[in-house]
Design a protein around this ligand. Structure first.
Ligand SMILES: Cc1cc2nc3c(=O)[nH]c(=O)nc-3n(C[C@H](O)[C@H](O)[C@H](O)COP(=O)(O)OP(=O)(O)OC[C@H]3O[C@@H](n4cnc5c(N)ncnc54)[C@H](O)[C@@H]3O)c2cc1C
Length: 404
């Protein structure tokens, strides 16, 4: 067992921290309050190599591994959840899914722009009447000559109203069993019949965008179908194996942010003639945050390490997501508590942490969905079957011969 990081992993963690300190932290309280998303942020992240972190060099990525991706997510979410969400949807759910399932032509066409942040990508799975029950989705894609005609709606899609390119799941065979009649499509903004809108009144991630995708006879060329017809459900699940890792890693950063804010406050706030950090009931909340951070960190790094070996790790990733997100929310609730009434105000960041942390126990599979999944593995009700296309191990086969 080797618990040490490589030089490259530490360097990219430092880079992400410096980026967050320079480009996010000074502005985030105002952006959050004003519901402002800085449109040039993904491009800046791309220019720093933060969006290409887990993509092969031949597609303009940096060829770094899943541990590096986890470290970047941790540092970015420590500053703001909404911008870690960019890494989740753009890198993990979209770009890595293209890397796994795309044809060489598709990879060459789309990945360089994603690795460099020239285009922003999103992931469209959830529908108004189908969230946890993915196979219940109703958006249709009817084959018509050299294209598919999409009709339906997606909702709760991160960066719906900002992204340039979308991975969308739709039913191509209404007669097939629920899981088998779904296919995946790359849909570009500007496609006639395809529009997007923003959801107002969210509980959290105010500094990011969440919205809906609308398809009214939107024509998508056959070349934009990802994988084979009917493989959409498997593609969506494999995407979530990547996405959940980034959500878990981001939650580690959020716990760390809660801990730092709570320690600073507990040292200076006085009650009954003493700093509140000297009261053992306050110390208990801080101790729980330390436990949350460390256990979440290692279960997440382990899942990332498994993925580096080219192992599927569906169960381990789901465990990390469940563990880290539930403890991040608990930590944020405790951080607000430690701040007393001030925690209830936007003068301190902890109320934002609490609102943002609630989202992560819902998206990319709710807590209950992760629990069911663990129980099903334990009871022998679920097993991982080989996929036609597995996510490449790192170092990526694509980089072979290029020193990567
Ligand atoms: C901020 C935010 C960003 C998001 N971004 C995206 C995105 O980019 N792309 C995307 O496709 N989606 C996105 N989502 C949607 C998200 O993935 C779904 O909301 C989530 O999967 C849950 O689906 P639902 O909301 O329809 O809840 P439902 O599936 O209706 O669930 C409602 C409740 O029932 C419980 N439940 C459901 N089924 C079971 C079961 N079998 N056993 C036990 N309990 C169960 C759930 O746990 C939950 O508590 C986002 C959501 C949020 C809040």
């Amino acid at each position: 067992m080797d618990f040490s990081f490589t030089e490259e992993q530490l360097a990219v963690k430092r880079l992400a921290r410096e980026f967050a300190d320079r480009e996010i932290r000074p502005y985030i309280a105002r952006w959050d309050r004003e519901r402002h998303f800085p449109q040039d942020l993904p491009r800046k992240m791309g220019e720093q190599g933060l969006l290409g972190v887990c993509l092969p060099r031949r597609y303009e990525g940096s060829g770094l591994d899943y541990v590096a991706l986890a470290l970047v997510c941790e540092e970015i979410e420590k500053a703001e959840t909404a911008y870690r969400e960019i890494l989740s949807v753009h890198v993990a759910l979209h770009a890595l899914t293209l890397l796994q399932w795309g044809s060489e032509e598709q990879k060459r066409r789309f990945l360089p722009d994603l690795a460099t942040g020239r285009r922003l990508a999103a992931f469209g799975l959830t529908e108004p009447d189908a969230g946890s029950d993915v196979a219940g989705l109703r958006t249709t894609a009817r084959r018509d000559g050299g294209s598919y005609v999409l009709n339906g709606q997606k909702t709760w899609i991160s960066y719906a109203d900002r992204a340039d390119v979308f991975l969308v799941f739709a039913r191509t065979d209404p007669e097939a069993p629920r899981h088998e009649g779904i296919s995946a499509f790359i849909v570009e903004r500007g496609t006639p019949g395809f529009t997007t809108s923003t959801i107002e009144g969210k509980l959290g991630v105010w500094a990011g965008n969440t919205g809906s995708l609308h398809f009214a006879d939107a024509r998508v060329p056959v070349e934009n179908r990802l994988g084979e017809e009917g493989e959409g459900f498997k593609i969506a699940m494999s995407a979530l194996d990547n996405g959940r890792l980034t959500v878990a890693a981001g939650s580690v950063g959020l716990i760390e942010a809660c801990l730092e804010a709570s320690v600073a406050y507990a040292r200076t706030r006085r009650a009954f003639g003493r700093p509140i950090g000297e009261f053992q009931l306050v110390q208990r909340m801080i101790a729980k945050m330390v436990r949350a951070r460390d256990t979440s960190r290692w279960v997440t790094y382990y899942a990332a390490w498994l993925k580096n070996q080219g192992r599927r790790a569906t169960r381990e990733v789901a465990l990390a997501k469940w563990h880290a997100t539930t403890l991040a929310f608990e930590s944020a609730v405790d951080a607000v508590q430690i701040h007393g009434a001030y925690g209830f105000s936007s003068d301190f960041p902890v109320e934002r942490y609490m609102r943002n942390a609630k989202g992560a126990v819902i998206y990319e599979g709710t807590t209950e969905v992760q629990e069911v999944l663990q129980a099903e593995y334990a009871l022998g009700l679920r097993e991982d079957r080989p996929l036609r296309r597995e996510l490449p191990a790192w170092p990526f086969a694509e980089d072979a011969g290029q020193g990567g």
